[in-house]
Design a protein around this ligand. Structure first.
Ligand SMILES: NC(=O)c1ccc[n+]([C@@H]2O[C@H](COP(=O)([O-])OP(=O)(O)OC[C@H]3O[C@@H](n4cnc5c(N)ncnc54)[C@H](OP(=O)(O)O)[C@@H]3O)[C@@H](O)[C@H]2O)c1
Length: 348
């Protein structure tokens, strides 16, 4: 292990009592903490750094961690989870999510892929397993925005359900407690909800003040799913491939900045606090102690005022940051095709 490897788990005096962190009840009755720590190092934060943050965040009171095989750090995070459990946190009190990557949608690949994540994370079960994206393709980690997989596929519902049946099998095997979707749209979710034997309990989706997705958010909630909001701070350190000149910056929005000044916090904290108060579960990434502590504290402090909530509702710019362009299935295709903007699944 490198010298960055985390040491041991000791609850921190300046942390938040995990019992005070609110939870949301899923359709199954299970309870999920209303904030989680993101673990995608955006190609520049090492696995050791993320693993150290996971261990320290748990010491500060985090119990929910959003992982994925494609983040390439589950083996490092596994060492931290083992220390957290050895340090006295009960497995029941942790919420660990992982995700099936796009190149593992084939029926034969799903269960082995989940087992690999379990082995890396040093766990017997996952609380939540998501299909990371609804598009099968091969996309090497860190690849350029212009990378195009000639075998990339559009959403084909029959194929997705074959993948989903394997996720259902993971539940039957006891390897996974809940299953869910990510990066879905209303028309895709409608079909999955119609055909799933075991329904998704969560949909993980991009959500921040400049990208509130009100229709999808409402659809998800109305159908009894809990929205998990990724890039809650507007992903200020996202990889170059995920940046375009039109992108807006949530943490520079005057409405957010003004509330941050009132609360004497960084604007990022306002984004996280707003998210939890609106009803999605934010999973902010951070490897900076004062930042991940402030994010956690934000969900237990006094709420934003109704006026502040209304003001933030008014700054939605419809600005999607994680466009997914590398997942297009045709040459010279617009990334908007991935998101079914006219309410129907974009034809192949
Ligand atoms: N399902 C999916 O397809 C999908 C896609 C994207 C992301 N995700 C998940 O969502 C997580 C979060 O999204 P993200 O990593 O894209 O972006 P994000 O959480 O919106 O932004 C993270 C960045 O914000 C900074 N930050 C966080 N809290 C802060 C605070 N209180 N004050 C100042 N700066 C702060 C962090 O810097 P410091 O480290 O210095 O604090 C980091 O650079 C990911 O890690 C991943 O787990 C899922």
């Amino acid at each position: 292990m490198s010298h960055h490897a985390p040491s041991s788990f000791v609850p921190a005096a300046d942390g938040v009592d995990p019992l005070l962190v609110p939870k949301k009840t899923l359709a199954s009755g299970a309870k999920i903490p209303v904030i989680g720590l993101g673990t995608f190092g955006s190609d520049h934060i090492t696995g050791d750094q993320v693993a150290a943050a996971v261990l320290d965040a748990a010491a500060l009171g985090y119990r929910h961690f959003d992982c994925a095989s494609v983040y390439g750090n589950e083996d490092k995070i596994g060492h931290s989870l083992r220390k957290i459990l050895e340090g006295g946190v009960k497995r029941d009190d942790l919420w660990i999510t992982s995700k099936l990557w796009n190149d593992k949608h084939d029926e034969a690949d799903v269960i082995p892929s989940a087992k690999k994540s379990l082995a890396d994370l040093q766990l017997d079960y996952l609380d939540l397993y998501l299909v990371h994206w609804p598009f099968p393709n091969f996309h090497p980690p860190g690849c350029d925005v212009n990378f195009h997989d000639p075998n990339a596929k559009p959403y084909i519902h029959e194929s997705f359900m074959k993948t989903w049946r394997q996720l259902e099998k993971l539940v039957e095997l006891g390897l996974v407690k809940h299953i869910g979707t990510s990066n879905m749209t209303i028309p895709k979710l409608k079909l999955v909800l119609r055909d799933a034997a075991i329904k998704p309990v969560c949909n993980e989706m991009e959500l921040h003040p400049h990208f509130q997705q009100p229709e999808l958010f409402k659809f998800v909630v109305d159908n009894g799913l809990v929205p998990i909001g990724y890039s809650p701070v507007g992903s200020p350190a996202r990889p170059e491939r995920d940046r375009t000149p039109d992108d807006t910056v949530d943490i520079e929005d005057p409405v957010i900045v003004k509330i941050a000044a009132r609360l004497n916090v960084h604007p990022a904290v306002v984004c996280v606090k707003w998210a939890a108060q609106r009803g999605q579960i934010p999973i902010p990434f951070s490897v900076t102690r004062r930042n991940y502590l402030a994010n956690l504290q934000s969900v237990v402090g006094a709420p934003l005022t109704e006026e502040e909530m209304a003001a933030i509702a008014g700054i939605d710019r419809g600005c999607r940051l994680i466009k997914g362009q590398v997942f297009c299935w045709k040459d010279n295709q617009n990334w908007e095709d991935l998101w079914d903007l006219n309410g129907e699944i974009t034809p192949a």
